[in-house]
Design a protein around this ligand. Structure first.
Ligand code: ADP
Length: 543
């Protein structure tokens, strides 16, 4: 048809160009690994991204090449995101908490040409040096003064930029070309790559910006605790410049006191992260008897936000938005922002709604199916395997035919591996990851439900519920608790709390205490390692 709109491809670099030209008062504040605080505007970041693109081209990076990063949240990492994608290469973020074996695997699998790393990670790379590809170029994200003495011929980031032009002829790329690559944490088997396109990345930034307006607006100052190596910091490095929000980058210090101080000093209004980090901030807020002065919203995702945590933050006047998503989904799939009428419900009912994983964002379709693949109703009762489809969802894994074949169903929807229900208002409730569900006497028990209740006990600092093999019932739940202090909780008390919400046969058979719970590379409780830890555990005979 003639006379249609111009067909300009969506490009990641356009976001930063837009922010540089229009959001001139917003800034990126970074806690640097060198120890000080650094500030720059989006215009400065845009100019430096141009210099960096010249520098990367100078060391041989071309279109389609993978450039890896091993870095905390900071301005140089941000510049890398845009320079790499802008020049048509692919920004491959590596999670430093992966094992050496997994890291080597993904560097090889991605065929990375360059690896850019923060000073903190020099020891990791020195230890791996002899196993790294011979022609992999290594760039240290620092200036000349801070270059360490090392046997490895590191290049210096600031030297790559020095003297380069502050503009770059950004190529017009097809919007379905790749801009980013992130591997799942590989709790089972090798990590698998999700390859993001310019189109999916720009659209995802739009989707979350219209969905989470309390966090994403021009006056907001957002602190992404979620790392830039964990699904692009859930899209914040794209959405923040799009709407003109400032980014407060915490660098390596993610403990409660450091986060509190940074939030206070930098007037942070919103912060996003996994539940484990909020345990630390919560303890600090309790110790100081106040929330950080300007904090208005925390977005909690990555694993289920315990009800007690939501209650605490809301009680301090901080809005909690519970979100659900996956690496394979860019990642945000649902958000817990309540619609108007629900905001006038009693506080308790609001918390109940917020403890659900929320409604889908635009661009994400949800369906639940039974074992035969038949769709189940969205009636809030039917529970099934959750499948998704949308603009920011992988159509297969990066260069991995085998995993791709298992990823999609006959209709081309992606299987999340989660088991869920969806209510008539569109609220998703994740019951469990299918591999974490506890199968007892042919019935399912949701570990998330039980954890949620136990977390509300004042003597429980953290907890997890796992399946233990049982001769009669197949599996029974074991409650693993990190006590809050010397005075440990009683199982009977926790049972009494649980009985208000679940049936008697669903109660954990036993409780054990540990000093800490094992975490995955993305900071979530590792049920896999916990099951291994308690593989030999025998449950008491409770009939
Ligand atoms: P990994 O942890 O394996 O790297 P992701 O970070 O992509 O992978 O995790 C995705 C999974 O995390 C989801 O499939 C789901 O099981 C879990 N998850 C994410 N957000 C939530 C949430 N709000 N509630 C419960 N589970 C969640």
């Amino acid at each position: 048809m003639q006379g249609l709109m111009m067909n300009l491809p969506l490009q990641v670099i356009e976001i930063l160009k837009y922010a540089a030209e229009t959001h001139t008062s917003a800034e990126i504040v970074s806690v640097r690994t060198e120890g000080d605080i650094h500030r720059e505007s989006y215009a400065q970041a845009y100019a430096r991204a141009a210099q960096l693109a010249h520098g990367l081209a100078g060391i041989g990076v071309g279109q389609g090449d993978r450039v890896a990063t091993l870095a905390w949240n900071g301005y140089r990492h941000f510049e890398l995101y845009y320079a790499i994608s802008g020049m048509g290469a692919v920004c491959h973020t590596i999670n430093p908490r992966l094992s050496a074996e997994q890291m080597l695997y993904i560097i090889g699998h991605a065929e990375d040409k360059v690896l850019c790393l923060d000073l903190t990670f020099v020891p990791i790379i020195e230890a791996l040096a002899e196993h790294l590809p011979q022609d992999l170029k290594l760039v240290l994200l620092t200036d000349r003064q801070h270059m360490p003495s090392s046997d490895i011929p590191f290049l210096c980031y600031e030297e790559l930029l020095e003297g380069q032009p502050t503009t770059y002829e950004w190529p017009l790329l097809p919007e379905d070309s790749a801009c980013g690559l992130c591997y799942t944490s590989g709790t089972t088997g090798h990590p698998k790559g999700a390859l993001y396109s310019h189109r999916s990345t720009v659209l995802h930034a739009f989707f979350i910006s219209i969905t989470l307006p309390l966090s994403l607006h021009a006056d907001s100052r957002i602190l992404p605790v979620v790392p830039m190596f964990h699904v692009n910091s859930w899209g914040l490095p794209y959405a923040a410049p799009l709407v003109g929000a400032s980014l407060i980058m915490p660098g390596p210090k993610l403990d409660g006191p450091s986060l509190f101080d940074l939030m206070q000093d930098e007037k942070v209004t919103a912060s996003w992260g996994v539940p484990t980090v909020w345990l630390g901030l919560r303890a600090e807020m309790e110790a100081r008897g106040t929330p950080p002065a300007d904090l208005r919203q925390v977005v909690i995702g990555g694993s289920a936000a315990p009800r007690a945590m939501i209650e605490f933050f809301e009680g301090q006047g901080v809005d909690v938005c519970h979100a659900w998503g996956m690496t394979e989904m860019s990642p945000v799939g649902t958000h817990g922002q309540l619609p108007g009428p629900m905001k006038s419900l009693p506080q308790d009912a609001q918390i109940t709604a917020k403890a659900k994983q929320g409604r889908r964002v635009f661009g994400v379709d949800l369906k639940i199916v039974d074992e035969a693949g038949t769709r189940l109703p969205h009636d809030g009762t039917a529970v099934g395997e959750l499948y998704v489809r949308g603009n920011g969802i992988i159509s297969g894994y990066f260069n991995n035919q085998e995993a791709t074949e298992q990823a999609l169903d006959a209709e081309g929807w992606f299987g999340t591996g989660d088991v869920a229900s969806i209510d008539p208002d569109g609220f998703l409730t994740i019951q469990d990851r299918s591999k974490d569900l506890i199968k007892s006497g042919g019935e399912w028990i949701s570990s998330i439900d039980l954890e949620n209740i136990a977390m509300a006990h004042p003597k429980v600092a953290n907890c997890a519920v796992i399946a233990i093999a049982h001769p009669k019932w197949d599996e029974r739940p074991l409650l693993v608790v990190v006590p809050a202090g010397e005075d440990k909780p009683e199982l009977d008390d926790i049972h009494a709390m649980m009985l208000e919400h679940v049936a008697k046969w669903q109660l954990p058979d036993a409780m054990v205490f540990v000093d800490e719970l094992p975490l995955t590379a993305t900071g979530k409780v590792s049920k896999l390692r916990l099951r291994q830890q308690f593989a030999e555990y025998t449950l008491p005979d409770v009939g």
